[in-house]
Design a protein around this ligand. Structure first.
Ligand code: PRP
Length: 210
């Protein structure tokens, strides 16, 4: 890469798949990043610096330009609604956003919906003309209908294992989710050559895998 790129990477499950994709694109992301607790990892041979972020914060770092580009799930991108460019569907970390409930769920007048994604959930039900009370939770969302906090939940489904093990059913799919490559708007202009080169490289790799 010609110009140095700061890359915001999500720690955790997406990182494993993203680093694999980068490596198969010929970008030798050092192996030890996977295990390390270091948060800023320079990779001089790639002229890149990796910023290891909490996934939900990736669009924030990119919007403010402290990272030029980032890897983030479409779920977070929809929820955070940050002013960034979405450059590429990386086709990794495939799952979906769904409405979930107990099998014997029955419609009520003003249902409570628990979710980690209050903006996504509010917009979805608003567009359907349904009045709901959205309750924000930060994890283990499936608990909410089981213990009577909410009538339904809006959450991610990947393998469906969490639903099966807790006796819940998927009622409606909102949208499919994959990870995306995003860019800061100014960086995209100022470092266009490097960002475009990375984009092309990743796109070719994804196309070969398809
Ligand atoms: C996510 C999501 C579901 C689960 C879906 O939770 O919120 O609970 O994964 O995956 P599955 O369909 O393969 O079971 P995560 O592991 O991120 O933990 P959380 O409870 O903290 O949200």
């Amino acid at each position: 890469m010609k110009e140095m790129l700061k890359v915001a990477m999500p720690k955790g499950r997406i990182y494993k798949q993203a680093s694999k994709l980068f490596r198969s694109a010929g970008l030798p992301v050092p192996e030890e990043i996977d295990e390390s607790r270091r948060l800023i990892i320079p990779v001089p041979e790639l002229n890149m610096e990796f910023i290891m972020a909490k996934p939900v914060d990736v669009p924030t770092y990119v919007e403010y330009g402290v990272a030029d580009i980032g890897v983030v799930g479409k779920d977070v991108l929809m929820e955070e609604n940050r002013n960034v460019y979405e450059l590429l569907d990386l086709g990794i970390a495939r799952c979906r956003m769904s409405v979930i409930g107990l099998p014997d769920w029955e419609p009520v007048l003003y249902p409570r919906v628990a979710t980690k994604y209050p903006n996504v959930a509010s917009q979805f039900f608003r567009e359907k003309g349904q009045q709901v009370e959205v309750i924000k939770l930060n994890g283990s969302i499936e608990l909410a209908p089981l213990i009577g906090l909410a009538d339904r939940i809006v959450d991610m489904v990947e393998t469906g294992q969490t639903l099966r093990e807790n006796g819940l059913v998927e009622q409606e799919v909102l949208f499919p989710i994959t990870s995306r490559l995003i860019a800061n708007r100014v960086s995209y202009r100022m470092k266009n050559e490097s960002i475009q080169a990375l984009c092309d490289l990743l796109q070719d790799t994804i196309a070969q895998k398809a």
